[in-house]
Design a protein around this ligand. Structure first.
Ligand code: AHR
Length: 487
């Protein structure tokens, strides 16, 4: 028996809505074809943005979108992406497939996309191959209400008012594709670059420093010690994969029981990463002023057969949905430190919530998890104690049941996942309620997925939740995720 105890009166804090954020890079068909098709496209669009994709993202209340990379960010020169589109500079996207980047999607287009989505923009700027002046002028172009040559350029390009962009990243993976820097060097570079990222009247920049990849605890230590007081947040990247190494990754739709639990164990490792990086941050910042932003997470499989290896296109099965469910529960539980997270990457790349094929679009099981979890946004985290056993195959082990809870407007939302591949889970929940109980359930075979024209996976009403004295009881199907609301 799995027992969950929810205590709405105990809380570590509010679940920042930005934990439910996404990431869109100039990579493969994420931006071009997936989000942006141009005004002349036969695909229904509003100012070039696919109407179907915008609707799908609005439906899950996307709170924040990160752009333009990723590795692409440290080769991106923002001036190339403004002005008349037919005069924009062309480049080869050397990170991702060596395709031509015509810069037709640039600053104005990204901010138009965010306007349509109703989400906050998070811009990640170039330290690796950009200059301090270039970064400073991007901030000026974005946020200055003054009258300067840079601002006049913005006016000439059709935008009078500043956008007041808040979230601003100073470099991406500066330990890797963003310049192969040592933490000491990056800490100094960060201090220098961020100095000239000015606050303009009416806007206050939220400065985000490049943090560690995975378990690089030394990076966090050095950054916090040397540059902690100059940042609002530090990032963390963690991807979940199977296989012996990055060059021999497992597949999205074909996996055995060992690989099923291997992927889930990798996802659950996020808890240890946040805990340990958080403990280092606590030493330098016990007040938790500096946020932790997990601005790249998700599953990373081998690309689908016949697709460009540089485009990172993968399908998305129920196993991936479980990764999302486990990870979002972890973020909710760590909401005292985790202030934002961005799933990689929105459309057609890695663990997408949406896939497109020409004018067709399909919602992945991961989209449905974000839909199930959306009531956690801006809710008060509720203490959620889970008693369960460990299950798995061989050396790969995870908790059978993963859960988190929050309260908002007098209701408790509990999200709970049965991580078992092939066994139902009986769950009892101790939670105060007045008998008003509802739930939705997403479940399917671990390798089930939604395809174009055949999308069987979706959330359905969760029948069979039994009200008991002081709580609830239900049986979760294997590889199932539920969102339950009690009043
Ligand atoms: O999301 C794909 C890539 O993974 C990003 O460009 C990079 O930051 C990370 O290594």
């Amino acid at each position: 028996m799995n027992r969950i105890t929810v205590n709405p009166d105990r809380s570590v804090g509010t679940i920042n809505r930005n934990i439910y954020g996404h990431f869109s890079e100039h990579l493969g068909r994420c931006i071009y074809g997936g989000i942006y098709v141009g005004e002349d496209s036969p695909i229904p669009n509003v100012n070039g943005m696919r109407a179907d994709v915008v609707e799908a993202l609005k439906a899950i209340r996307i709170p924040v979108l990160r752009w333009p990379g990723g590795c692409f960010a440290d080769e991106y020169h923002w001036q190339d992406g403004i002005g008349p589109r037919d005069q924009r500079r062309r480049m080869v996207n050397t990170n991702w497939g060596h395709v031509v980047e015509d810069n037709s999607f640039g600053t104005h287009e990204f901010l138009e996309l965010c306007r349509q989505l109703g989400c906050a923009p998070y811009i990640n700027a170039n330290v690796g191959s950009g200059t301090v002046r270039e970064m400073a002028e991007w901030v000026e172009y974005l946020n200055s209400p003054g009258d300067s040559t840079v601002v006049r350029q913005r006016w000439a390009n059709g935008r009078k008012e500043p956008w007041n962009v808040k979230y601003f990243g100073v470099g991406n993976e500066s330990w890797g594709c963003g310049g192969n820097m040592r933490p000491e060097y990056y800490a100094d570079e960060y201090r220098r670059y961020q100095t000239y990222c000015r606050d303009y009247p009416g806007s206050r920049l939220y400065r985000i420093a490049c943090g560690p990849g995975e378990g690089d605890y030394r990076w966090t230590e050095v950054l916090m010690e040397r540059a902690g007081r100059f940042m609002d947040a530090l990032t963390l990247h963690h991807y979940s994969l199977t296989g012996p190494d990055w060059n021999h990754k497992g597949r999205a739709l074909r996996f055995d029981k060992g690989e099923y639990y291997e992927l889930l164990q990798h996802a659950a490792y996020m808890d240890e990463l946040i805990t340990r990086h958080g403990q280092i941050m606590d030493r330098f910042d016990p007040e938790k002023r500096v946020g932790l932003i997990v601005d790249e997470w998700g599953t990373w499989h081998q690309v689908e057969d016949g697709t460009n290896p540089g485009f990172l296109y993968q399908q998305n099965a129920m196993r991936d949905a479980l990764v999302a469910a486990i990870t979002l529960n972890i973020f909710n539980r760590h909401c005292d430190r985790v202030v934002m997270a961005n799933l990689a990457q929105t459309v057609n790349v890695l663990q997408s919530v949406v896939l497109t094929d020409g004018d067709r679009m399909v919602l992945t099981p991961t989209w449905h998890v974000f839909d199930l979890y959306k009531d956690h946004q801006d809710a008060r985290a509720a203490d959620c104690f889970v008693e369960t056993d460990r299950i798995g195959e061989g050396k790969w082990r995870v908790d059978r049941v993963s859960a988190s809870a929050s309260t908002k407007d007098g209701a408790v939302t509990l999200t709970v996942a049965n991580c078992a591949m092939d066994e139902a889970a009986d769950v009892t929940v101790r939670v105060p309620h007045s008998g008003e109980i509802s739930g939705r359930l997403l479940a399917g075979a671990p390798d089930a997925y939604n395809d174009f024209g055949d999308a069987p996976l979706k959330a359905v009403p969760f029948e069979g939740i039994r009200a008991e004295d002081g709580g609830l009881a239900f049986t979760l199907p294997p590889c199932g995720v539920a969102a339950i609301t009690v009043k």
